[in-house]
Design a protein around this ligand. Structure first.
Ligand SMILES: CC(C)(COP(=O)(O)OP(=O)(O)OC[C@H]1O[C@@H](n2cnc3c(N)ncnc32)[C@H](O)[C@@H]1OP(=O)(O)O)[C@@H](O)C(=O)NCCC(=O)NCCS
Length: 189
């Protein structure tokens, strides 16, 4: 089965294509984006975007990852530039996944990642039959924590000095969401 395309009110979440590589490289080259992820390289090397995009189909075939691009819905007849990425790292033997995402700086603080993450979490619970979705953010990245809170995740604790990034240890703030809690929230909405 090929990677799905999901639609929200303002976004189309679609599979990346190799044609997106220059935009991925441009957006991921920002230190402010890379520094808040666990492993995005910085400076972002030539060829890394194509190599990353090439992993998406096989990782989906193996059911280890689902990764989709955020694009604006505005005019679906025109190919839209990608704005960022949202992923689930799947662990199907335990029916759980880890949510991860990044968004290019020009698009921050418009509610886009909350909208995208909500749609992918819904897909995870409804289509992939997940029981739990978890996520973690650097303590120095409260915007990401807000995304987790706004999609209904619960704070589960802090892993102290969990991340070594660019020579600095950072605490990781952990969130989780169970299928039962999510369904109850959706029914009330
Ligand atoms: C984290 C990230 C994905 C958020 O995307 P986004 O589309 O801007 O998120 P949203 O607009 O949906 O929500 C952002 C929330 O954070 C809040 N926020 C922004 N900066 C903040 C700050 N410094 N302190 C506290 N809250 C902040 C916004 O006000 C908003 O909350 P609100 O709706 O309650 O006002 C984006 O900033 C990003 O890609 N950062 C770099 C990479 C990264 O952090 N990836 C995640 C790793 S865990």
């Amino acid at each position: 089965m090929s990677l799905p395309t999901l639609k929200t009110q303002r976004l189309v979440l679609r599979p990346f294509t190799l044609a997106d590589a220059p935009t991925v490289q441009k957006l991921c080259s920002a230190y402010e984006v890379a520094a808040k992820t666990l492993s995005m390289p910085h400076p972002y090397p030539d060829g890394a975007a194509k190599a990353w995009i090439a992993t998406h189909e096989p990782d989906w075939d193996n059911k280890t990852w689902i990764t989709l691009a955020l694009t604006l819905k505005e005019d679906e007849t025109e190919p839209q530039d990608i704005m960022g990425a949202v992923s689930l790292k799947l662990c199907l033997i335990h029916q759980r996944a880890g949510l991860a995402y990044w968004l290019g700086m020009p698009y921050w603080n418009n509610g886009y990642m909350t909208e995208a993450a909500h749609a992918l979490v819904k897909y995870g619970f409804e289509e992939l039959q997940l029981n739990r979705i978890e996520a973690g953010h650097h303590r120095s990245n409260p915007a990401s924590g807000r995304v987790m809170q706004k999609i209904g995740m619960q704070h589960e604790g802090i892993n102290r000095q969990y991340i070594l990034r660019f020579g600095q240890f950072e605490d990781r703030v952990m969130y989780g969401l169970l299928a039962a809690d999510w369904k109850e929230e959706e029914n009330q909405a």
